[in-house]
Design a protein. Structure first.
Length: 149
């Protein structure tokens, strides 16, 4: 079995593997599905986002939900922003199980005043803002970036 420690976590057949380990694992008959990186919590490495404050728009489902949970697990205090109140509250509760603070704030990202209120909530609740994960979409014009206003 190949196993080693790196500054970003422990790697092994069960816990993820850099390229050389993958080749050796496959030669030894380890199924590709077993080659995944262990999380920080599994390997005992300090959380990557410890003490950071993150706002995640579109956080009630899909990629935003996954990011909210992952950011909290990695040590961030998270503000989940979405129009979907029930979904956003559920995600905030699930993310808070990591032991880090996580709150929901209903936000329509197409409304500038609501976005300002969202940022103000993060700052007042957690004392600052370090990360904006802009995941909510606003439909609009399509074209070259320099031509869109």
């Amino acid at each position: 079995m190949v196993d080693t420690d790196t500054p970003r976590g422990s790697w092994s057949f069960d816990g993820g593997a850099p390229r050389a380990f993958v080749a050796e694992a496959l030669q030894q008959g380890v199924p590709p599905a077993k080659l995944r990186r262990r999380s920080s919590r599994e390997s005992g490495v300090e959380q990557l986002l410890k003490g950071k404050v993150a706002i995640i728009t579109g956080g009630a489902s899909g990629m935003g939900k996954a990011a909210s949970i992952l950011f909290a697990r990695e040590g961030a205090n998270v503000v989940v922003a979405d129009l979907n109140v029930k979904g956003g509250e559920d995600v905030a509760a699930e993310a808070a199980k990591s032991g880090n603070a996580c709150v929901f704030h209903r936000t329509d990202v197409s409304d500038e005043a609501q976005v300002k209120a969202l940022v103000a909530r993060a700052v007042s609740e957690f004392g600052g803002l370090d990360i904006m994960f802009n995941n909510a979409g606003i439909g609009g014009a399509v074209g070259p970036l320099e031509e869109i206003s």
